[in-house]
Ligand binder design. Sequence first.
Ligand SMILES: *Cc1c(COP(=O)(O)O)cnc(C)c1O
Length: 393
Amino acid sequence: MNETPRFDAYQRAIPEQLLPVRDDPFDAAVPPIYQTSLFLFDSYKELEDVFAGRSKKPIYSRGDNPTVMLLERRIAEMEGAEEARAFASGMGAIAASVLAFVGPGDRIVTVRHVYSDAFRFFEKVLKRFGVIVDYVDGTDTEAMLAALPGAKLAYLENPTSMVFELQDLTAIAEAARRHGVITIVDNSWATPLYQNPLAVGIDLVIHAASKYLGGQSDTVAGLVAGSRELIAKINSEIYPYTGAKLAPFEAWLVLRNLETLPFRIRHHHEAGLEVANWLKSSSAVGNVMHPAFADHAGKKTFSGFGGLFSFEVAENIDVATFVDALRLVRIGVSWGGPESLVVPAKAALSISPETNVFARFGVSERTIRLNVGLHDAKNVIADLEQALAAAAK
Ligand SMILES: *Cc1c(COP(=O)(O)O)cnc(C)c1O
């Protein structure tokens, strides 16, 4: 495996059709924040040309905004996509990307242990509109391929949340194409630097930019990237009408933080592996659910790993005592920022059971999800070690 982030894939995208940056009258190094709701027209003809689609220019920021367009361009370039669309959150991108392609009676195939709010969106919203949702063990490629014929869409996440199960994206994408099934992958964990699902035939890639792309725990944002045709369908069917557009300032924050992504993700990769390997060797810990340790074809598409993974504490460790004894590592649900964080599955299992993905597909109460942030791995390990010792019965 190539463990060096692909800096070449990260080169600045400065497409000619985009006005900011290049056309800045002051040659500003950092793109301006176009904090405007509307754009003005010089003549009737200019207005009609834009309305009729004969020329392109932002009209109103619920549709297009130059700062947001620059972020969309950067993510499209990084994923090797023709186009991308930014949203107010990862869930905004997920909901729009699914709703653009399904209707009553359609069936979607997804994986067990899918992101918890994607699961709630499927259960609470899609099912109410008569969409059938099949949950499959994504590690079982035969079962995934068997579920595809007749489905409209396959919604994947490599790896899944909480238990980090893998899917063979190459095999699924190939079969989905044969059966005319649209494929979507949530790529938030690996980032475009460590996995490019479109390169193996996946149709659309989702990013919760609130995580690694934003990287500073200061922004909630989402994106979808794919072919011009599929993004046009999302634009014409859903995007302007649900109004989940990204604010220019938040797009600017993500653009700013993208500059450090290669350095941050390399740290998360290295420190995550160091901590995971230490946990694996600890007698106070059972199973370590890190994709590096999986013997599965779904690993092939990664050129590096995120710093988020889970482990099970041994039976003699009290979960609450362990979590409370941590000092450097804090308790919190998000990930991808500078903080090192834990989420104990035991607490997540207490969320109302009917739409609880952890209860539905079974997660051990001894599972702890760990986000290795920008801390030195040695300090994270020392904190885990003292907390495990404090919690041993
Ligand atoms: C957080 C997260 C999302 C949702 O992103 P938001 O910006 O919080 O809506 C989607 N997928 C994964 C894997 C996530 O961790």
